[in-house]
Ligand binder design. Structure first.
Ligand SMILES: Cc1ncc(C[n+]2csc(CCOP(=O)(O)OP(=O)(O)O)c2C)c(N)n1
Ligand SMILES: CC(=O)[C@@H](O)[C@H](O)COP(=O)(O)O
Ligand SMILES: [Mg+2]
Length: 619
């Protein structure tokens, strides 16, 4: 079948189980080749093919509602809802989103990008359905890592006593991006094992029953089976929460899937359907992947597989930060590292390998990660919490209430700060400055190169006096071998260019410092350039020094709550009349696409800055 011709999933209803399985193989191959060409989320989508086909066979979308948790595994759903042709542009500017998107299709009643919202959203949809006396099914598809996150558990707790039916499909592939962690993961493993144990037992029983002795042995072991199976299955946290439980179901067996989904469909109450799948199913390298290499991929050759690039002169910001943290961990035994499920994304694999006793993956649990860091800090440890900017939004109160308010010495690495590109509005790390600036005691830093980042990290550790924030983007930077040993004066900005005759000053930070420096050199512009490497506290002496010039504050983060606003406030508080031009992201969400394309659309390229500089020079 030509997968691109699928307009909706109505045609599935007339297919046999065998035909549905064959179609699943075709869809898996289509997605495998398409995502290898475009990049995107690979292994999660390969593992969920049969489950999604079975869901579309049993239920009646878009009348019935389906919410994929995170939504990175909704490509099969997009194929079955008439968007197969669009997959070639997925995550590109103007192309479809890599997550569910309501404006894209009536089949997408929900959208996410951040984990663990699907059950809460589904309960809201189901409650409204019943209040409106409407009749449709509401389904939440949640991964084994996402279901363990706080918000999922808040929702499950509520669902256990809520009378509005939701079908929760637990897509259990025993993987987060890397190996899943935590007690719930172990519980699911026990259930999985008990199922395998059950199958082995069936074979064992058949063998034993061939002889009298064997019969007697069987009777003895039967007790063991009942205790293990009944204890684990019936004692699962889900049943104890008051939810009905179906499973575990083989998530690649179409017959079993359809049977279980029909059972759940007929229930008049909420139920968890526990489906076991293989992440990366059908592509051996992805099936064996334990470090998340095939979770989110750039375009790659299917035959060769992903060959990690060996950079000599360049590295990611994550690598640069992690390398120096590892260097400091070798010198200082009190440094500990925490990640909420992003070991590989934050380049922490080396640290976890070399310092297993001082590195902690807490799973998708940003709130816990932040307060866990507070506990370590009050107990004499120096925690380094590595957390993506957009995911750190989950831990705003913990940063405020548990870290800053107690003024605890620690270092928080805000990774993926700024526009991230293809993951789009849910993942752009453009809000952290705005939400952190009002919080007392925070020292907020934005390095522009590896050396400055290392000086900042040394400063945070040596001063041991406040929570330090160091924010860095998804970009690549130059790599230097040596590690800096010095420190910085907190709040000190760095002058790149200065001349008292200059009537225009550009103030910027992070990755943009180099870009603006290059622009000024290229056009030999008579302007001052200041690296505002401490966003908080600001360098007030520097601000006074340039107050007489026309000031352009250039940032690729949100304008509201940004550095430009803080500088304007400073001058207004000191009754200093200045001409200030703030360039940044306006009051809107930025869509998905390449960062280069997005900066162009936002009017934040160096060409845009050049126009502004010339206006100020000539104005
Ligand atoms: C709040 C939040 N934290 C972290 C992430 C990053 N993230 C995206 S998918 C994923 C793993 C999800 O695992 P699971 O729910 O089991 O789904 P699977 O990919 O295995 O199908 C993580 C950690 C996120 N999207 N949102
Ligand atoms: C879906 C999700 O949230 C993650 O897979 C995220 O896309 C990872 O981002 P990076 O690729 O920048 O690590
Ligand atoms: Mg999983």
């Amino acid at each position: 079948m030509n997968i691109e011709e699928i307009e909706n999933s109505k045609f599935l209803k007339s297919m046999t189980t065998e035909e549905l399985s064959d179609l699943s193989q075709d869809i898996r191959s289509f997605i495998m080749h398409s995502v290898a060409r475009t990049g995107g989320h690979f292994s999660s989508n390969l593992g969920i093919v049969e489950l999604t086909v079975a869901l579309h066979y049993v239920f009646d979308f878009p009348r019935d509602k389906i919410a994929f948790d995170v939504g990175h595994q909704s490509y099969v759903h997009k194929v079955l809802s008439g968007r197969a042709k669009e997959l070639k542009n997925i995550r590109q500017y103007g192309g479809i989103s890599g997550f569910q998107k309501r404006k894209e299709s009536p089949y997408d009643c929900w959208e996410a990008g951040h984990s663990s919202t699907a059950i809460s959203g589904s309960i809201g949809i189901a409650t409204a359905r019943d209040l409106n006396k409407e009749d449709y099914q509401v389904i939440a598809v949640v991964g084994d890592a996402a279901i363990m996150s706080g918000e999922s558990f808040e929702a499950l707790n509520y669902l256990g006593t809520c009378k509005h039916k939701v079908i929760v499909i637990l897509n259990d592939n025993n993987m987060s991006i890397t190996k899943n962690v935590g007690g719930l993961s172990n519980m699911l493993s026990e259930i999985r094992v008990s199922e395998k144990y059950k199958n082995a037992r069936d074979n064992y029983v058949t063998f034993l029953k061939k002889s009298k002795t064997g019969e007697r042995v069987y009777q003895v072991t039967k007790k063991m089976k009942d205790v293990v199976k009944d204890h684990i299955l019936d004692e699962s946290v889900f049943t104890k929460l008051g939810l009905d439980y179906l499973g575990p179901i083989d998530g690649h067996n179409m017959e079993d899937l359809i049977s279980a989904l029909n059972t759940a469909k007929d229930y008049d109450h909420s139920v968890i359907v526990h489906v076991e799948t293989v992440k990366g199913k059908g592509y051996e390298k992805a099936e064996k992947d334990k470090i998340g290499l095939y979770h989110g991929v750039k375009p790659f050759d299917l035959n060769r597989g992903i060959v990690p690039a060996l950079h000599t002169k360049h590295q990611s910001w994550s690598e640069a930060i992690a390398n120096h943290v590892e260097f400091l961990m070798g010198k200082h035994q009190d440094i500990c590292v925490i990640t909420p499920a992003m070991i590989t994304g934050s380049s922490l694999n080396h640290i976890f390998k070399h310092y297993p006793d001082r590195s902690f993956d807490v799973g998708i649990a940003e709130e816990h990660a932040m307060t866990f860091a507070a506990g370590l800090a009050i107990s004499g440890k120096f925690p380094f919490l590595s957390i993506y900017s957009s995911f750190s939004q989950r831990a705003y109160d913990q940063l405020n209430h548990d870290i800053a308010r107690m003024d605890l010495p620690c270092l928080i690495g805000i990774d993926r700060a700024g526009l991230v590109g293809e993951d789009g509005p849910t993942h752009h790390g453009v809000f952290d400055i705005g939400y952190m600036m009002p919080i007392p005691n925070l020292i907020i830093m934005a390095p522009h190169n590896q050396k400055e980042a290392e000086l900042m990290m040394n400063t945070a550790y040596k001063n041991h006096d406040h929570p330090y924030i160091i924010r860095y983007s998804k970009n690549m930077i130059h790599k230097h071998k040596d590690h800096q040993q010095d420190v910085l004066n907190v709040g000190s900005w760095k002058i790149k260019f200065f001349d008292h005759a200059h009537l225009v000053s550009v103030i910027t930070y992070g990755d943009q410092v180099k870009n603006v420096e290059n622009l000024i050199r290229e056009y030999d512009l008579p302007v001052n350039l200041i690296n505002a490497r401490f966003l908080k506290p600001m360098d007030e002496q520097m601000l006074d020094k340039v107050a007489h010039t026309k000031i352009i504050v250039f940032e690729t983060d949100m304008l509201i709550g940004g550095l430009g606003e803080a500088i304007s406030f400073y001058y207004s508080q000191h009754h200093t009349p200045v001409e200030l031009h703030a360039m940044g992201i306006g009051d809107h969400y930025v869509t998905h696409g390449s960062v280069k394309e997005l900066l162009k659309r936002e009017g934040l390229t160096m060409d845009d800055l050049l126009i502004k500089i010339r206006e100020c020079l000539n104005g």
